[in-house]
Design a protein around this ligand. Structure first.
Ligand code: CUA
Length: 386
């Protein structure tokens, strides 16, 4: 083995490991840095079983090497001379049965404890999670009267130090909800309600993906959990409620936004609700398999749109938000406008198959699109960022 060969291996092994481990932390999805208590429980269990497996692996490999070396045929051996023949060895058999059994029993108890811990309900608030092709909706019933007071899409907003109960539903096919840094995966199954806890010790934006293959745009069905401090969360809640009131205020007559509202009423309200203004879609008129399209009441308060595939506000190369001279966030007008114009072009969907938004490129003029975007910009205040 030449020095060059050894040098190549020194480079190749870390490179190969890098490729393999990249699957654990790709971009913004990172399962290796748990932040929430639930994610830490899962991480602890994974590390424990992982290290036990490493121990077993090292022991077995060492035994194999020892046996190969120690009992190899020597040139002085007589090929007709057989080693002593053994029938059973109680001590050895008990050892290799009892040790693995004890290890598995220990792991089972530890795993079941974690599973039951994760399945427990907390005394925190409950948020309804609905998966559909291809986005997530989150509904908050603040006063417990059975009516949703806040309905949002893509952004699940929670506060630090609170264990939130999620009630996970699906409105069409099977999806799976996963925010890697906060908790494990939980399927969203039509006709069933799955309970799941989520919490975080620190404020931040934590990214997630649908992790059950659910059709054409499965890979584009993203979501994020925005964790705010209790003060910020209170502000978010108030702004969400205020956004419903603001949506009902009359727009300035003759403005682009007013023209956009008229277009919205013609083209959008058979699927999209704006609370207190366009409720018709609430009756389930949406010509969609799921029966619902995103509620747009507080659209501008969300950091992302189109299944969290596009940013509502412009970001720089490091993901930081770009701001106008007055400090306000820069709306991502270009992509928002393009989304309204031809959504299937920006995210694969089959509107003819009752999946996703229609292509309006033949319907709306450039002026119409500008006006519609002006109207959308009036829906809700900017997001409360952690
Ligand atoms: Cu929803 Cu995959």
């Amino acid at each position: 083995m030449g020095a060059r060969f050894a040098r190549r291996w020194r480079l190749a092994v870390p490179a190969l490991l890098g490729v393999l481990l990249a699957g654990c932390a790709t971009g913004r999805l990172d399962a290796t840095k748990p932040i929430g208590e639930e994610a830490r429980d899962i991480d602890g269990l994974m590390r424990l079983s992982g290290w036990m497996a490493v121990g077993v692996g090292i022991f077995v490999a060492a035994a194999v090497v020892t046996i190969i070396v120690k009992f190899r045929a020597k040139p002085t051996d007589d090929p007709d001379d057989l080693p002593p023949q053994i029938h059973g060895n109680r001590k050895a058999e008990l050892t290799w049965t009892l040790i693995p059994t004890a290890m598995l029993v220990f792991l089972t108890i530890y795993t079941l404890g974690t599973v039951f811990d994760l399945a427990r309900a907390s005394d925190g608030p409950t948020i309804k999670v609905e998966g559909q092709q291809w986005w997530w909706q989150f509904s908050y019933d603040l006063d417990g009267d059975g009516n949703d007071d806040i309905v949002t899409a893509n952004d699940l907003v929670i506060q630090t130090g609170e264990k939130v109960n999620l009630e996970i539903h699906s409105n069409d096919v099977i999806h799976s909800f996963w925010i890697p840094q906060l908790n494990g995966k939980k399927d969203a199954v039509p006709g069933r309600v799955h309970h799941w806890l989520i919490s975080s010790d620190e404020p931040g934006i934590f990214y997630g993906e649908c992790v059950e293959f659910c059709g054409l745009s499965h890979a584009n069905m993203q979501m994020r959990t925005i964790v705010l401090t209790p003060d910020d969360y209170k502000r978010w809640e108030q702004e969400q409620l205020a956004g419903k009131e603001a949506a009902q205020e009359a727009l300035v007559e003759g403005s682009a936004a007013a023209a956009g509202a008229a277009l919205f009423e013609t083209h959008c309200i058979s699927c999209h609700v704006v609370d207190g203004v366009y409720e018709s879609a609430a009756g389930g008129n949406a010509n969609l398999l799921a029966g619902i399209a995103p509620n747009l009441t507080n659209l501008m308060s969300r950091t992302a749109f189109a299944g969290a595939l596009y940013e509502t506000y412009q970001t720089g190369p490091g993901g930081e938000y770009l701001r106008n001279p007055d400090g306000s966030l820069k709306v991502n007008v270009a992509e928002l406008r393009e989304w309204v114009r031809n959504a299937p072009d920006m995210k694969p969907a089959r509107a003819d198959n009752q999946q996703g938004m229609l292509d309006f490129s033949e319907v709306l003029t450039d002026q119409d699109l500008d006006n519609l975007v002006e109207y959308l910009k009036t829906l809700g205040s900017p997001p409360v960022l952690p």
